[in-house]
Design a protein around this ligand. Structure first.
Ligand SMILES: C[S@@+](CC[C@H](N)C(=O)[O-])C[C@H]1O[C@@H](n2cnc3c(N)ncnc32)[C@H](O)[C@@H]1O
Length: 232
């Protein structure tokens, strides 16, 4: 288990991302592309913001993360879920570069939502994902195309919250804290280390043996992020 910048992020990440329209749109695409796929691995699951709606829709989900605080919030959501949902949802400690032993293979989908940018060895993560997928299973990857302009993302989001009447004191104080940690995350070259242009990522995945592109765009986070879904 590691104690890195994600420990400082955990509570504001959960409070802010759950409210961001751009994050919600990305999760909606993940739900679209995992529809009908029973067993999903949520690698780098963070606070469980993707795992939870998947579990609520009836999927079997194994999520894992290597940060103590992010995982702590995911475990809290797991503990508060109904018993039937808890039986279909495992939350584990683990590293995406070498999936933990408790993650069964033959997955119908592997999701890496905004995780690869923090990993210096993306190739290892993609190979691990491929190995855990059954033929026809999908890998969903999202992340920044280049060092992102997260100030732009927050400004658009605040405008939207104001227009929707959601810009309340709770969101304001979480945003102030979150913006400070985000500034450090984005500007420190040792924190954000891996970026992919959408087409280059698709080429890499084809080279690894993924056979079909289900979706690939550069729309999320106001054009900052790639969204790629490929089938094994
Ligand atoms: C931006 S958050 C995304 C969390 C979650 N996927 C989501 O959509 O909300 C990045 C997450 O990746 C995790 N992470 C980064 N490197 C990791 C690694 N090598 N192994 C496991 N988790 C990792 C961090 O701890 C953090 O929780």
């Amino acid at each position: 288990m590691v104690d890195n910048i994600w420990s400082e992020f955990a509570w504001s990440y959960d409070a802010i991302c759950s409210q961001l329209n751009c994050y919600r749109r990305m999760v909606a695409k993940i739900l679209r592309d995992t529809k009908g796929r029973r067993y999903v691995i949520d690698a780098g699951c963070g606070t469980g913001l993707v795992s939870q709606p998947l579990v609520e829709r009836g999927h079997t989900v194994v999520g894992f993360d290597n940060n103590v605080a992010m995982l702590g919030l995911a475990l809290r959501k797991h503990a508060q879920a109904p018993e039937e949902a808890r039986r279909r949802w495992k939350v584990l400690e683990g590293d995406v570069r070498s999936f933990p032993q408790g993650v069964p293979g033959e997955a119908d989908a592997v999701v890496l939502n905004n995780v690869l940018f923090y990993v210096r060895e993306p190739g290892a993560v993609l190979c691990e994902s491929l190995e855990r997928l059954k033929p026809g299973g999908v890998l969903i990857l999202t992340g920044p195309r280049k060092r992102p302009d997260l100030q732009k993302v927050m400004m658009h989001s605040i405008e939207e919250w104001k227009a929707e009447g959601r810009w309340d004191e709770t969101l304001k104080s979480a945003t102030t804290y979150h913006a400070d940690v985000t500034r450090r995350l984005v500007s420190d070259p040792n924190e954000m280390v891996t970026f992919f242009e959408t087409e280059a990522l698709v080429d890499t995945l084809r080279g690894l043996g993924f056979s079909r592109v289900v979706a690939a765009d550069s729309d999320d986070y106001y054009g900052e992020n790639y969204y790629v879904c490929v089938a094994r």
